[in-house]
Ligand binder design. Structure first.
Ligand code: TA6
Length: 304
């Protein structure tokens, strides 16, 4: 395992990329580009911060988040792999193990337009095999520019096929979730986890968030837009090679039940998650590869 000093010597770019101790001393990559700033922790390959110059932060972070080995960070973009939600075996961690593993920082490049791409890798080891007996390699690329780009490439380096779920469990920062509207999911089927995961159909028009919401939308290849009048912006979550979209806000009771989430924090966030899960799980044959991408963009809301 490289030390912080090794990583600094290998990857620092003065004024652009710093490898620094983050919260609780966990190593993070701090990126400053002409368009935006961002932080990426090696713990969970977790993007905790992205902010366009002169704009509010794009991502919500819980003030009570853990920053400890073995525990997921609450907020930003948790990386979900290889299963979404609770595992069949209750002893296994919810949302898989990728978000609690320490990833390897493998590459940092800067493009001519000033955007910076941070690449991190994770491969199967004895700990993951004990949870999920498959031979995989992950390459996660975070592209920091005028928008936040995310790409998760999954490779099957074993001799047997495997199926997996994946998600960018993105916590968007909003002024007040009770005042936003969500567009891009009209007429789509969804599993309503607030109602026994019953299959329902979304109404055609953009919708508000009026209570705890936990929905897995299916057959959703298109971008989702969150219109936030309080911050005078529209956040667009575009995607490639993702067929599921999860919308989640814990509301009052669930917020109180989460130790790493403030009781009064729920109005400030809305998860719009780019995913492949449930019937959209991905199967890879030996040697197969699959790359899911998201592009999260913060645009001023047209004055109305
Ligand atoms: O994506 C929605 C969800 O599956 C919810 O059911 C809720 O459990 C949320 O994820 C947060 O899960 P976590 O394991 O991060 O507390």
């Amino acid at each position: 395992m490289s030390t912080l000093t090794d990583l600094q010597q290998q990857f620092s770019l003065p004024g652009v990329v710093a490898i620094e101790p983050g919260t609780n001393g966990l190593p993070r990559v701090a990126i400053a580009t002409p368009d935006a700033d961002a932080h990426v922790y090696l713990h969970g390959a977790h993007v905790t911060h992205y902010q366009r110059r002169g704009r509010p932060p794009l991502l919500f972070m819980s003030a009570r988040s853990y920053f400890e080995t073995g525990k997921p960070i609450r907020g930003g973009v948790p990386l979900i792999f290889p299963w979404f939600g609770p595992a069949r075996d209750p002893k296994l961690p919810a949302h898989g193990f990728a978000r609690t593993k320490s990833w390897t920082l493998s590459d940092i490049t800067r493009a001519d337009d000033g955007s910076v791409t941070v690449s991190l890798t994770l491969a199967a080891d004895d700990a993951t095999r004990a949870l999920w007996p498959h031979e995989f390699e992950l390459v996660y690329r975070v592209i920091v520019g005028p928008s936040l780009g995310l790409e998760l490439e999954v490779r099957n380096i074993g001799h047997a096929p495997f199926a997996f779920d994946e998600a960018f469990h993105t916590y968007l920062a909003v002024a007040d979730v009770r005042a936003v509207t969500v567009a891009g999911l009209g007429n789509r089927p969804y599993l309503d986890k607030m109602d026994g995961a019953r299959l329902k159909t979304q109404a055609p028009q953009p919708f508000p968030i009026v209570a705890e919401i936990d929905r897995v939308y299916l057959d959703t290849p298109d971008a989702v837009r969150v219109d936030d009048p309080g911050l005078a912006r529209t956040i667009t979550v575009a995607k490639e090679n993702s067929s599921a979209t999860v919308v989640w806000n814990p509301w009052v009771a669930k917020a109180k039940a989460m130790a790493d989430f403030g009781d009064d924090a729920w109005p400030a966030m809305l998860c719009i998650e780019t995913a492949n899960a449930d019937r959209h799980a991905v199967t890879l044959v030996p040697g197969g590869r699959h790359a899911m991408r998201a592009n999260v963009k913060d645009e001023p809301r047209e004055a109305r």
